[in-house]
Design a protein around this ligand. Structure first.
Ligand code: NZQ
Ligand code: ZN
Length: 386
């Protein structure tokens, strides 16, 4: 096991009816900016619950943060924060609203010329305006981590920022919010969280027995609850296990002491930036090709995964590892998620080259758990995904 230092400061308020308790987490004298997305919270009752909980506060609202939170929209929210002297942010939404709020938390205290530089500087974000979240879509884990991914459409870029300054102070996780989530987004949440675990697990053996079992138990739970979540999102037991699995998949716990890959996300973000494909679906496109391409380097963990998560108990290491990849692809298909780029766009003949050129321009010359996945490898992997 590798050395590590671990701290996660986010308080979690989990369960039915917890939204009403959020006021206990925010100082009474705060001036709050409540941020949300395209309006689903107004249709499913979450907006009313939050407003009721904040009845004693001064609250200003900013709605309209789109999926893949857009830089230009966020700059408008930043103006409101400054003009209205806001001192607390409350995100009410999925990963996009939460990530947008993290960006704003950092941007509110940023002293440089243009806040976009925070995304290109490759420096950890060490301070941010305090914020909390009310999660409405289990998927990203953003509610309990310190990462954010921001899109800037004018230059077709989608870049990540992270650092200890942008952990939420608290997050409210009420599984009842799942009832109103459309099937497409439920599938995305299942596939995204599943891939988050795989990014931290399908690397190479390091003897981190506990982390492996943590990872496997999250994968097993997602596989077990997926059919019920998709069929009946009002099933509270399935919803609560789904929600907590998504949070546990990316709150830092399973990453401690083990290598991380994250190349699937690196390549996937490019497909969202280029074509607007849903985040989770880009992962389902890239992941099978990435594992087939890096079969030798990853086969021991793939075989362990096939045995422990998919009960593949016969065959050689190679046969089990191959079965692990096939089972993963089947799982994505079972959620109604297509795994070929050509099933999302006709404009893919140059995608491998474009992604590889972007990696080179950014100086991403070696990514993945060994730091050896080059832009030329990314090109081949994307081409295998056509
Ligand atoms: O905007 P509204 O109207 O609220 O509708 C949203 C949106 O259209 C809808 N929705 C959310 N909760 C709902 C609901 N509809 C009905 N009922 C509810 N309870 O779902 C749609 C998608 O929401 P979005 O927030 O975009 O989805 P998700 O949570 O999948 O977030 C995706 C973003 O997170 C980033 C992705 O790259 C992408 O930009 N990620 C963030 C990560 C992180 N911070 O750690 C890690 C991830 O790997 C990922 O990169
Ligand atoms: Zn993801």
């Amino acid at each position: 096991m590798n050395n590590f230092q671990f701290k996660n400061p986010t308080s979690i308020l989990f369960g039915k009816g917890q939204i009403k308790n959020l006021s206990a987490e925010i100082k009474k004298e705060s001036k709050i900016l409540m941020l949300y997305g395209g309006g689903s919270i107004k249709r499913n009752g979450v907006y009313d619950q939050v407003k009721e909980a904040l009845a004693d506060y001064e609250v200003i609202e900013f709605g309209g943060i789109p999926s893949n939170p857009e830089y230009s929209t966020l700059l408008e929210a930043l103006k409101v924060i400054k003009e209205q002297h806001i001192d607390f942010l409350l995100a009410v939404g999925g990963g996009s609203v939460i990530d947008g709020t993290k960006f704003l938390s950092a941007a509110a205290l940023y002293t440089g010329d243009t806040p976009w530089d925070m995304l290109t500087a490759n420096k950890p974000i060490t301070e941010g305006m305090p914020f909390g979240t009310v999660l409405t879509l289990p998927a990203t884990g953003s509610e309990m981590n310190s990462g954010a991914v921001i899109t800037r459409r004018e230059i077709k870029e989608k870049l990540a920022m992270m650092g200890p300054g942008i952990f939420p102070q608290f997050s409210v996780l009420d599984p009842e919010v799942i009832k109103s989530i459309p099937l497409r987004q439920l599938a995305n949440g299942l596939a995204d969280s599943f891939t988050h675990v795989l990014e931290q697990y399908i690397t190479y053996p390091t003897g981190a027995i506990l982390q492996d079992h943590f990872a496997e138990s999250i994968l097993q739970t997602i596989v077990e609850v997926a059919p019920t979540v998709m069929k009946d999102p009002s099933d509270y037991q399935a919803a609560s296990n789904f929600m907590w699995s998504c949070t546990m998949a990316l709150n830092g716990l399973i990453q401690q002491g083990v290598p991380g890959d994250w190349a699937v996300h690196g390549m996937g973000h490019e497909l969202t930036a280029l074509y607007g494909i849903d985040h989770a679906r880009t992962l389902a496109i890239v992941l099978p090709s990435h594992y087939r391409y890096h079969f030798e380097a990853k086969k021991l963990k793939l075989a362990q995964y096939a045995e422990r998560v998919w009960n593949v108990n016969t065959g050689t290491i190679e046969e089990k590892a191959k079965a692990g990849i096939d089972k993963t692809e089947d799982f994505f298909h079972s959620l109604g998620i297509k795994t070929k780029l050509s099933e999302y766009t006709d404009d893919y003949s140059e995608t491998g080259t474009i992604v590889s050129d972007r990696f080179t321009q950014r100086g991403w010359l070696g990514i993945g758990e060994h730091g050896t996945l080059t832009p030329a490898d990314a090109k081949k992997i994307i081409e295998m995904s056509y």
